[in-house]
Write a protein that binds this ligand. Structure first.
Ligand code: HPA
Length: 251
């Protein structure tokens, strides 16, 4: 793996519909293999306004990996090995509560994990030290505050706070599942928020989620019979992402 002279100030992990960072200049490509295996795809490292930024497409650049098959450990370990200490996770989500309609950007402050069967810790090998990281506040407070400030500086509307519910996928949820998640206190639903956030904490990385609402979650919108299509998801992500370059630039 190449050693870098200038540290990476921010690593961005892109979700569904977000496969590159348009403003990244002087891009170098890294294909690291970590102790946990290979990440989802190449890591592009470049500069935005003179600051070194890394970008990795979570599902692979051609969206070939479903949420449960992403090697979350390798992704984070690879970014860390390249020198990243701070991770901005872009997650495409469905909106459950009123504040989170399609095309809204949100920066949740809590999460509930409904995923199962995913490797969710770096303490897997026999004999490795067992660590019980504090996770009461799952996203790094200072990074969340910087994201909220950056959005304000860039004039990009962003909802501060909310609870992200991580589901297994790759299918979308039933209306009953979303109704239960609403009762549990979830505002947003996505498939990739965990184990990524927990692993970032175990690896000592600062980590926060910028959620892009692509659709009303099943039964949550004004038309309870609405069918969610991939095209709607992609169209709404594209529209909601127009403010991302200026927000990331401000960050
Ligand atoms: N549910 C789960 N994940 C999602 C959704 C959804 O409705 N929309 C985009 N990602």
């Amino acid at each position: 793996m190449t050693t870098q002279t200038h540290p990476i100030e921010l690593a961005v992990i892109g979700g569904t519909g977000l496969y590159q960072l348009a403003d990244l200049q002087d891009v170098e490509t890294h294909q690291p293999v970590t102790h946990f295996g290979a990440p989802s795809g190449p890591i592009r490292v470049g500069t935005i306004d003179g600051h070194r930024v890394a970008f990795l497409a979570r599902h692979g650049e051609g969206h070939s990996l479903p949420p449960h098959q992403i090697n979350y450990r390798a992704n984070l370990a690879a970014l860390k090995a390249l020198g990243a200490r701070c991770v901005l996770a872009l997650n495409t989500v469905g909106g459950i509560t009123e504040r989170f309609g399609p095309r809204v950007l949100g920066c949740p402050d809590q999460l509930i994990d409904y995923t199962w069967g995913r490797v969710s810790t770096i303490c897997e090998e026999p004999g490795s030290e067992v660590i019980h990281v504090d996770f009461g506040e799952p996203y790094t407070r200072s990074l969340r505050a910087s994201i909220v400030d950056a959005a304000a500086d860039a004039g990009v509307a962003l909802v501060d706070g909310g609870c992200y519910g991580a589901t297994q996928g790759p299918r979308l949820e039933t209306r009953a599942e979303i109704a239960r998640m609403r009762r549990d206190g979830c505002d947003l639903v996505g498939m990739t928020g965990m184990p990524e956030a927990g692993l970032a904490r175990e690896l000592g990385l600062d980590y926060a989620c910028l959620a892009i609402v692509a659709n009303w979650a099943a039964g949550a919108g004004p038309d309870p019979d609405e069918v969610i299509t991939l095209q709607d998801v992609l169209d709404n992500v594209a529209a909601a992402s127009s403010g991302l370059p200026s927000l990331i630039g401000a960050l």
